[in-house]
Design a protein. Structure first.
Length: 133
């Protein structure tokens, strides 16, 4: 494949992901997002009923829009022990989320990153934090 074919292919993937994200969060009401977590984060979430960063974690939380894709990621990640589902109003997610595509080979429906400085807002509006796998 030549460089222009590769560039066109990458643009198509990015466009497909952006379209999937738009379809997921443009609806009114709450949207479900999923996070693969290790045991330490799992117990922390259930102890304090919110997400936070620690000295040993990255300064952001990344979520997938599709459970099955998040499960595929969890099966690939050696640290993942569970999947957490969170519901949040789509309007809030649109305001605070970073929708830069990540791991597009796995997350075809997209991802959202909540940076550390947005976690207080994120936690205020999340509902129904549940262990789904």
């Amino acid at each position: 494949r030549n460089a222009s074919t590769v560039a066109e292919s990458e643009m198509t993937v990015a466009d497909d992901v952006a379209g999937s994200i738009g379809e997921t969060i443009e609806s009114e009401g709450d949207v479900s997002i999923y996070r693969a977590v290790g045991p330490e984060e799992y117990y922390d979430i259930y102890e304090i009923r919110q997400f936070r960063t620690t000295n040993t974690s990255m300064y952001a939380k990344q979520f997938g829009f599709d459970f099955d894709e998040t499960l595929t990621f969890a099966n690939w990640s050696p640290d993942a022990a569970a999947i957490i589902e969170v519901r949040i109003p789509s309007s809030v997610l649109n305001d605070i989320g970073d929708f830069t595509p990540l791991d597009t080979a796995i997350f075809k429906h997209g991802t959202v990153t909540i940076h550390g400085d947005q976690l207080d807002i994120f936690n205020k509006y999340t509902s129904n934090i549940s262990h789904v796998y």
